[in-house]
Write a protein that binds this ligand. Structure first.
Ligand code: DSN
Length: 413
């Protein structure tokens, strides 16, 4: 029996969600639309099986095909990122980070990172996260003028605290990351470098952002953002000792059975990312982000750091309208069919559930085929919705226009 017959309620909700995705503009920087091949692999009988362990060394019988699938995923990941080792089992990015921490540090060890409020991630030492409960985080800063990484602050913190690890890679940072500079500072104090490239993984894989290798000792990522695979995590390294420690810390350190249907979907996505058209896609993401940023600036919005080098941008809404909050903007835009997320800006006086900022990204709309001129139109929709945010009739009119516009850009096949 198919889903519509056995569970019509869930089937209907999935249908509605599909319709929502098709008729709205997805500007959340960490989201994307996967291919039907990735979807197909994720929805298979591979979900039925336990495969604890690694290829050739499982704790369950019947894993022969799973070994072949996981080995393909590993080989493709290594090829994609130009490194010697990949663990494809982490269920998520946060889990990849937890496992990487466990491989690099002992409980109580110090590390330094960018804090959540300045563009970092909660798994980089936010006080309620395991990264802060089991380890000792401290934070380097952004330069208040350029709103980019302040390497004087990285060096000063590193020298003062002698951390075991220096963490770079961010969730709301629009500028190129200088991995070599992090390594230079880490070498001065004998620290390891970990790069969390979750946001920029597709760009790194295609050379449209510099690679963390050979500078980072350990690289973690999600597989579902610019990399356009299923939701999941991945850990990479070139260091054989760290590789062994990572395998132990993923299983049995932090996980049991791997999600083999998702690992198959990761393999499919890595295969797609190895093709030349994926580089064209990633190049277009950056062009589209720059076009969106430029038009927003023409409309009077201030972008944190003054622009973007990658797939995302962070708008400080206060320059356009002092009283406009990120939360209000997110809500009004959703009513107009434009999906975004509120986000704190550096030194944001408003709390995280309110914020003064909005984070936007181009990966999903680029997958749908939007080009630079279309991004200009997207910025115009966005500005019109924020100007008319208190008038439901205006928002509804824009929602209809957005839905019509979306018809020109079909979902991937
Ligand atoms: N929550 C993700 C993001 O939106 O950036 C990071 O994991």
């Amino acid at each position: 029996m198919n889903l519509a017959q056995t569970d019509p309620k869930i089937a209907e909700l999935i249908r509605l969600e599909q319709q929502r995705q098709e008729s709205t503009l997805e500007l959340i920087a960490s989201e994307n639309h996967v291919s039907t091949a990735v979807l197909e692999a994720a929805g298979t009988v591979l979900t039925n099986k336990y495969a604890e362990g690694y290829p050739g060394a499982r704790y369950y019988g019947g894993c022969g095909f799973y070994d072949q699938i996981e080995n393909l995923a590993i080989d493709r990941a290594k090829q994609l990122f130009g490194c010697g080792f990949a663990n494809v089992q982490p269920h998520s990015g946060a889990n990849a980070n937890l496992s990487a921490f466990m491989a690099m540090m002992q409980p109580g060890d110090r590390f330094i990172s960018l804090n959540l409020a300045s563009g970092g991630h909660l798994s980089h030492g936010m006080k309620l996260n395991t990264s802060a409960i089991f380890y000792k985080p401290d934070h380097y800063e952004l330069d208040p003028k350029t709103e980019q990484i302040d390497f004087n602050s990285v060096r000063a913190k590193a020298k003062e605290l002698k951390p075991k690890m220096i963490l770079c890679g961010y969730s709301a940072y629009a500028r190129t990351i200088d991995f070599a500079k992090f390594r230079e500072i880490a070498d001065e104090v004998g620290a390891l470098v970990m790069a969390d490239i979750a946001h920029i993984a597709g760009l790194v894989a295609t050379g449209t952002h510099p690679s963390p290798f050979p500078h980072a000792h350990v690289v973690t990522t999600t597989t579902h953002k610019t990399l356009r695979g299923p939701r999941g995590g991945l850990i990479l390294t070139n260091d054989p000792d760290l590789a062994k420690a990572i395998n132990r810390s993923v299983f049995p350190g932090t996980q049991g059975g791997p999600l083999m249907h998702i690992i198959a979907a990761k393999a499919v996505a890595f295969g797609e990312a190895l093709r030349p058209e994926f580089k064209t896609y990633c190049t277009q993401i950056i062009k589209n982000a720059k076009a969106l940023a430029a038009r927003l600036q023409q409309h009077g919005y201030r972008l944190v750091s003054g622009g973007t080098d990658n797939h995302l941008m962070l708008i400080d809404l206060r320059a356009r309208n002092e009283s406009l909050t990120g939360a209000d903007a997110e809500k009004a835009l959703e009513a107009a069919g434009i999906i975004t997320n509120k986000n704190g800006v550096p030194n944001d006086p408003r709390p995280p559930k309110v914020t003064s900022g909005l984070r936007l990204g181009a990966p999903a709309v680029t997958t749908r085929g939007l080009k630079e001129a279309d991004m200009t139109k997207v910025a115009d929709f966005l500005d019109a919705a924020l100007i008319g945010k208190s008038d439901p009739a205006v928002l509804e009119k824009i929602r209809k226009e957005v839905a019509e516009f979306c018809k020109k850009f079909p979902m991937p096949h």
